[in-house]
Design a protein around this ligand. Structure first.
Ligand code: FES
Length: 94
């Protein structure tokens, strides 16, 4: 799982209100059972989890509850209709 978090792009595109979004593919991660606070603003350095960096962006994280360990594909483009899960909308943005 450490590799999934270490593959973040070095550059981000700034959205209105200073919200950083990643215009690339989703983060693949294996999340354990329990509650997870997922970053929605794109600023977190602990992707896909929120690290509190959203303060002042006007965005709030999304809380999900997993009943068991799951491999998830977390949206980074911010356009998924199934946020926080990727629905491949990022492919239409290229
Ligand atoms: S750091 Fe991005 S939503 Fe909290």
């Amino acid at each position: 799982m450490a590799g999934a978090l270490g593959d973040l792009p070095r550059t981000t595109r700034l959205q209105p209100k200073g919200v950083a979004m990643y215009p690339t593919s989703p983060i693949e991660a294996i999340l354990p059972e329990g509650q997870h606070v997922i970053c929605r603003c794109g600023r977190s350095k602990l992707q896909p989890h929120c690290d509190g960096s959203h303060k002042g962006s006007g965005m709030m994280p999304v809380v999900i509850e997993l009943s068991q360990e799951h491999q998830v594909s977390v949206c980074r483009c911010g356009k998924s209709r199934s946020f926080p899960y990727c629905d491949s909308t990022h492919k239409d943005l290229l």
